[in-house]
Structures are given as structure tokens and as C-alpha cells.
Write a protein that binds this ligand. Structure first.
Ligand code: 4FV
Length: 415
């Protein structure tokens, strides 16, 4: 990974490239850092890199010295990033996308900013490190170098440390403690001293959740919840006989495709089980036989039989979950019907983080079965829709609530 910083203050930036973790990474050749000063490309004798702003109001960096400086360091794969308060706000998702690039050219503004024509002609993206105004773009450029370098294998000691980063999952980090176990009378939480890793992990999860809900409820919407949900997540497909029943008359391969799709969608969201409600015992038996046949036929299908459970009705589904989780499930119906107990998915994420109960998402469940809360069917299609719009509705809902492990942010000309 290569970073080129375009700045009129090279010493300050070079000093940073010799310091601490980044300095070691440069020495180990894990990252390449170079600095180019636009003053070297300005017209002699004054090598002026700034001039009065048209329309008044202070100095602006001239386009030509910057353009020549970028041309001097540019490589075929380089992305030009201009640091300015007008840019896209830097967050961990953007950092992880920038870390997929090979060469970042970071252009530091000064005074009122940079001539807009340079940005139009050269910038692939403008990035801001926060809604405040600095004297220069150097600190923002180094923030980008620092945050992105941490994603480069080997730069930060234990890569797991990076994986467990706060924000890596979109949540705040738990508190950290080190020796002494008592400092000025303040003790380290007992749970951290007993060596019970399970207890430590669950304490840390709860601490992250509590901090995030109290300090940054605004980031929950984008958070990947799966690592923070103590109890299981389930998908209940109500009245599945409409899909799997003889009256549906669907050819077996369509039924198999349905089963495979619903399983991969649920697994992606970290569901523990897909429960199909099938009134008729004969249909339940037919599906069990089909699943066991699938498991024999295709090696990777044996988990299928594991992932699917067929029960006659909602009560059995709920009692089965209650038995397994020692706690009654929080029921969430995915429906396009206008229901009084409708909830916004953001609010639902907060609730799920706030309690320690299993969650059961119900699709195509009968009205009387829809206790709990309702989520709008993201496809807005009526619930009696075809099986595949059903699978999509479920997939979108689970992704919204449980989230995605990694969110891609496209790097490109945001003009
Ligand atoms: C900034 C920021 C920032 C504004 C005028 C330097 C200053 C001068 N850059 N995120 N916040 N830049 O304040 O990136 O260009």
C-alpha cells in the first residue's frame, strides 16, 4: 500500500512517517510513504502556490502546482483524495474501502482551500475527518494514512486486534484495563480477573452495547448486530404449505431451490434455525425425507437438514425456541399489512441490543400468530406473494436488522 502526501509542509509529514507503528511499517516495507511539495512545481522565482480568492475572502491554493505535483507521483492505480470539510465523512467503512486501494495520493488544503478546478480535474474523492475547520489538510491526511495502514496485514501486531476494533462491527468498544488490579482504590471489574473467557466476552459485549446505546445511538443503524446478540435468531416461515404443499404443486427442484435459498439467506444473517410451519403431517414427513435425501445427495447439504425444522404450528415453534434458549422469543412479523404494532427497523435494532432474548422473524404468518412487533415488508409486496419475493423480503430484512459483516463503500469520482 502506497501513500503520497501532497503538502507544502513536508517536514511535519515526514516526521510522522518515521514515528511509532507507521514508522516501523515503513521500515518493514509493509507500506510506502512519500511526500511531494507543490512549491517545487510552482513558477519561479516566487514559487507561489497560493493566491487571492476570486470574489475576495482570503487565499486559495493554485491548481497548477498541485496538478504538477500529483502528475509527478501519480501511478496507474492511484486514487487522488482531497482532504476538506466538504468531503465525505471518514468512518471505518470508508477506511476499509480505502484500504483496498494500492496507492492513495492525499492532497492537503490550506487557507480557504484549493482551486475547485483542480478538484474537478483530479480528485477521485473529497474526504473530511470531521465537521470542524483545521488550519491545514496535513493532520487529516495523516489520519487517513494511520487508519488505513492499520488495515494492512502486519502493520498492527495481532490482526485479530484489528478485527475486534470498535466500529469494525459498527459498535463502540468495551472498556480496557491493565495492571495494577487496584489503582488509587479503583478496582478492575472482577469478571476480568477470573480467566473465564466466556464471561469476559459476554461482559465486553454488554459493555459495548450499553456504551453504544447511551453514547452513540446514531451508529446502531449501521451496526452489524450478529456478534452482539447473546441469544439465537430464528426465521419462522408461516404456512409454508403454500410453498411446499401438494396444492402448491411446485416441482421438486423448485422446492429444493426454495429450501437452499432460505437456508443461505438465514445463515448469512447468523440465524440458528429456519422453522417451517406445516399443518399437514404428510407434508412435514415429505419435507423431512426431502431434506435427508438432499443431505445424502450433496455433501454440503447435510447442514440443510440441520438448519431446517418443520413443526405443525406457531405454538410448537415458539415452545421449541423457548425450550432451546431458556427464554421466550421476541416475535417480529415481516408484513406489508398495516399493523398497529409496526416498529421502525432502527428502533428494533436498539431493542434487540437492549434485551437478552432470542429473536424470531416471522414471514407469511397468520394474523393470529403475529404477536410481538411488525416490520414493514421491505419489498412492500403483499405477503401472499410468490416464494422468491418472500425470500428477498426476508433477506433484506435480516440484512437491515442483523447487518452485514462488511459494508463496501465505492471509491470513485463523487461528482
Ligand atoms: C479538513 C477537515 C479541514 C479547511 C481549510 C484546511 C482545512 C484548509 N480537512 N477534514 N475537517 N481542512 O478542516 O479534512 O483547507
Amino acid at each position: 500500500m502506497r501513500f503520497s502526501v501532497v503538502t507544502a509542509f513536508p517536514d511535519f509529514v515526514e516526521a510522522y512517517f518515521k514515528t511509532s507503528v507507521i514508522g516501523k511499517a515503513v521500515q518493514k516495507g509493509l507500506i510506502e510513504c512519500d511526500v511531494v511539495n507543490p512549491r517545487m512545481f510552482a513558477e519561479p522565482p516566487h514559487n507561489q502556490i497560493d493566491d487571492y480568492a476570486y470574489g475576495g475572502g482570503g487565499m486559495v491554493l493554485k491548481a497548477e502546482p498541485l496538478a504538477r505535483a500529483v502528475d509527478f507521483v501519480k501511478s496507474p492505480a492511484a486514487k487522488v483524495i482531497c482532504l476538506s470539510p466538504q468531503g465525505r465523512l471518514l468512518n471505518q467503512a470508508l477506511v476499509e474501502s480505502l484500504a483496498t486501494e494500492q496507492h492513495l495520493i492525499l492532497v492537503c488544503g490550506h487557507y480557504e482551500g484549493v482551486d475547485e478546478r483542480f478538484i474537478q480535474a483530479y480528485a477521485d474523492m473529497e474526504v473530511s475527518v470531521g465537521d470542524y475547520v483545521l488550519t491545514g489538510g496535513e493532520l487529516p491526511a495523516l489520519i487517513v494514512v494511520d487508519a488505513v495502514s492499520r488495515r494492512v496485514e502486519g502493520v498492527v501486531g495481532k490482526s485479530s486486534a484489528v478485527e475486534d476494533d470498535s466500529f469494525a462491527k459498527g459498535m463502540l468498544d468495551h472498556p480496557h484495563y491493565t495492571r495494577p488490579s487496584v489503582w488509587r482504590g479503583l478496582k478492575v471489574p472482577e469478571v476480568l480477573l477470573n480467566g473465564d473467557h466466556g464471561a469476559v466476552a459476554s461482559w465486553r459485549r454488554r459493555e459495548s452495547i450499553a456504551r453504544t446505546l447511551s453514547r452513540r445511538p446514531d451508529i446502531v443503524g449501521n451496526a452489524f448486530l450478529a456478534p452482539y446478540i447473546e441469544k439465537g435468531v430464528y426465521l419462522i416461515w408461516g404456512d409454508a404449505s403454500r410453498v411446499l404443499g401438494d396444492e402448491a404443486g411446485l416441482p421438486e427442484e423448485v422446492v429444493i431451490k426454495f429450501l437452499k435459498n432460505i437456508i443461505s439467506v438465514s445463515e448469512r444473517a447468523g440465524c440458528r434455525k429456519v422453522i417451517l410451519l406445516l399443518k399437514e403431517a404428510a407434508i412435514r414427513q415429505k419435507i423431512r425425507i426431502l431434506l435427508s435425501r438432499l443431505a445424502k445427495l450433496e455433501a454440503e447439504c447435510d447442514e440443510y437438514a440441520e438448519m431446517i425444522k418443520v413443526v405443525p404450528n406457531m405454538d410448537r415453534a415458539v415452545s421449541w425456541i423457548k425450550e432451546k434458549e431458556k427464554s421466550s422469543p421476541y416475535m417480529v412479523a415481516i408484513t406489508s399489512e398495516n399493523k398497529a404494532n409496526r416498529i421502525h427497523w432502527d428502533e428494533l435494532k436498539m431493542r434487540i441490543l437492549g434485551f437478552c432474548r432470542p429473536v424470531a422473524f416471522c414471514y407469511q404468518c397468520k394474523a393470529e400468530d403475529m404477536v410481538g412487533v411488525c416490520l414493514r415488508n421491505p419489498l412492500g409486496v403483499n405477503d401472499s406473494g410468490d416464494i422468491f419475493s418472500g425470500i428477498i423480503s426476508v433477506a433484506v430484512t435480516l440484512e437491515r436488522i442483523i447487518g452485514l459483516e462488511k459494508k463496501e463503500v465505492p471509491i470513485g469520482r463523487d461528482r
